[in-house]
Ligand binder design. Sequence first.
Ligand SMILES: [Zn+2]
Length: 173
Amino acid sequence: MPAAYRFCPRCAAPLVRRPVAERERDCCPSCSWVHWDNPAPVVAALIEYEGRVLLARNREWPEKMFALVTGFLERDESPMQAVAREVAEETALQTRSANLIGVYEFTRKNEVIVAYHVQAEGEIRLGEELVEYRLIEPARLRPWPMGTGLAMADWMRARGLPVEFLPFPATRS
Ligand SMILES: [Zn+2]
């Protein structure tokens, strides 16, 4: 992902590219600000609802693309609080339990995914970002071979389910 800054956000001087801590980075020659470009953490929820897994389609995604519910953390939130909040905001479900599946790189978006298995209850009502959902039997899940799909695959393997990845390219986490 190319750098998002041309000017220093602190003093507005034009940035220069130079090596800092083993990598070429955009740096401010005047106040020494460095654009570290660190990945942002994202929480993802593999929602188990009445024995099936809820996959949802974001309004910006192609018609057949369904995925886990994801979102950024708010300041002062723990990842577990964030995942329960995202589940509530996007599906109206209450989180009964949230257990870490794992932590995964998603380099295409410069993110790190913290994925939880969420057991949820209540009545599904989709939030603004989502347009459609499906409830899939765990054995019929087909993960994509990156991002949250890797979390889904690990969750399936932990249950002894065979994993058959979807062919590339899925165009999103
Ligand atoms: Zn500066």
